[in-house]
Design a protein around this ligand. Structure first.
Ligand SMILES: [Zn+2]
Length: 213
């Protein structure tokens, strides 16, 4: 995809994040691949409702040099996901209520429901806390996101990925619901999660049969 199209998609994604209530103010960020070794990402510190496509930053995923406005401080994490996950073309980082609350528990979210198992994977792993923008945060997130389309960042929020922006948003909404379910199940005194085998079958079905992209 060319850079102008990527800017429109990322700008629209930023506004969608706000509309869905997944972020407040300028927190969170959205990116997509823009051909070659470039990604387009939301800029640092501009409210989403004021964003125009030309405000987006174009960043090299190899060395983080950029054109346009100063990119989000979480750019290193987005770039590392694109470098290590060739199937991923869109990434969303957000601070929604239930994901943030679940991130404080410091534990993986089990696959209670088949939608989560399909779209995110057989668990939502927790990435150990590290400072925003630090190399350790990137390293921890890559581990937690391995083989998954979503992960929690301890005491922080969540990151979701997809083969396109639509899929990354589907993962974000399902992750938020899975975290809400996790908190409710714990409050109710516990419940049955899918077995690893069941969850992996759902994931495999989703990736290989349900939505061939
Ligand atoms: Zn954040």
């Amino acid at each position: 995809m060319d850079s102008q199209e990527a800017k429109k998609i990322v700008c629209g994604g930023g506004k969608e994040l706000l509309r869905l209530g997944l972020v407040a103010g300028t927190w969170g960020n959205v990116s997509c691949r823009a051909g070659g070794s470039a990604m387009v990402i939301t800029p640092s510190g501009i409210p989403y409702d004021k964003l125009e496509p030309d405000d987006m930053s174009t960043v090299s995923i190899e060395d983080l040099t950029f054109e346009g406005r100063r990119p989000s401080s979480e750019s290193p994490m987005h770039a590392a996901i694109y470098r290590t996950r060739p199937e991923v073309n869109a990434v969303i980082h957000f601070h929604s209520l239930y994901a943030c609350t679940a991130s404080v528990l410091g534990e993986d979210v089990p696959p209670y429901l088949e939608d989560m198992a399909q779209i995110i994977g057989p668990s939502i792993r927790i990435s150990r806390h590290a400072l925003t923008g630090s190399p350790l945060l990137t390293e921890n997130v890559l581990d937690a996101l391995s083989g998954r389309f979503g992960a929690l960042l301890e005491n922080h929020g969540a990151v979701c990925a997809g083969r396109d922006m639509e899929e990354a948003f589907a993962a974000a909404l399902i992750l938020e619901k899975a975290c809400q379910t996790h908190l409710l199940v714990k409050t109710a005194g516990g419940g049955r999660a899918l077995t690893v085998e069941e969850a992996e079958k759902y994931r495999d079905f989703y990736l290989n049969s349900y939505q061939k992209r």
